[in-house]
Design a protein around this ligand. Sequence first.
Ligand SMILES: [Zn+2]
Ligand SMILES: [Zn+2]
Length: 348
Amino acid sequence: MVKRKLLLLILIISLILCACSPTPRSVITTDKIGESLDTAQFHFIDVGQGDCTLIRSGETSILVDCGTYESGGKLCEYLQNLGIKSIDYLIGTHPHEDHLGGSSAVLRMFDVKNVFLNGEMSSSYFFERMVDVLEAKNITPYIPDIGEKYTSGPFEFEFLSPEIDFGDENHNSLVVRVKYKDINALITGDIERPVESYLLNHNKDLAADILKVAHHGSRNASSSEFLRDVNPTIAVIQCGKDNSYGHPHYEVLKRFENTRAKVLRTDENGSIVIRTDGKTLYNASEEVIPLDSEKNGESQKSFIGNIKSMVLHSPQCRNLPSENNRIYFDTKEEAIDMKYKPCGNCNP
Ligand SMILES: [Zn+2]
Ligand SMILES: [Zn+2]
C-alpha cells in the first residue's frame, strides 16, 4: 500500500512537472514514412460500453483510449491479430474505467513508446494497475500541450482541449484531431456541451471527416452547432449493447438526421474500420464512402431563415436560430421574396 502511494506520488509529481515545463521534445517521435504507407485505417474497436480508437498506417499505431478493464484482453487480441507489436502513442482521454480500464493490459503486452494523459488522477483499481505497469516499464506519461502539433509517421495530431479546467472529469477529456493527408478525424472523449461551446467560441478548427461522437452519444453532447462545425462524413458512436445509460440517446440520433453524417455504432456494427488513402474514405467492404454525400438532411439546404426575426443566414453562420425557429430555403431569391433580410455577419 505504501509502495502504491509512493508510485502515485511519483506519477503526480512527474505529471505536475510536465504541466509546468514545456513538453520535452524527446517525446515527439517522427518515424520514417515507408513506401508502403499509402493508406491509413481508423479502427473503432468494440469494447462494449467504452471507447477505443486505433489509428494505423504501416508500422505506425496511435491508440486513443483502451476500453474497460474487462475488455483489456479482447483488445490485446484484436491488436495482436493486426500484427501490432508496438504502439507509438497511447492517448488516454480521461481516467474513467470505460476509457483507460484496458490500459494496463495494453501497456503490459505491447511496446508503448509514448503515453499522453490529461493529468487527472484516479484512485480506482484500473488506474493503479496502469500506474504499476508504467512504473515497471519505466514509462513517464506526459500531458500534451494544447494547440501543439505532434507527428507520428504519416500522422499529424493536435490536442484541442482542455485549454482550461472545466471542473468535470468528463469535460476535461483530451480532445484530439488526427490528420492523415486530406483526411481529419476528431476524437472527443466524454466532453459535453460546455466544452463544445468553448471550442466553438474560441474558433477552433473542428472540421473532420470522421467524428468519434462525444460521450457515447449522450444527449448532453453533440449539439447541433457543434455537429454543424465538425460536419463529419462518418460519425461513430462507441457504446455497449443495451447499456444502462440508454446510449446513444434518441435526441442525438435525431440531431444527426439533420447532418450529412452516416452514423455507425459499435453496439450495432461491432468494431468499425474505415480505410483511407488520404483523400477517399472506404468502409470495411472497400466501398467508397462519398465525402459530399447528400443526405435527406435539411442542413443540405443552402439558406436558413429565423422565423421570428425574419433574418436569413448561411448554414455556417454563428448566429443561427434554434431548431424550432428555422425555415429552410433552397435559394436566396425564395427567401427574399418572403421578405427575409440577409444577416449582416454571414452575408448569405
Ligand atoms: Zn466514457
Ligand atoms: Zn468519462
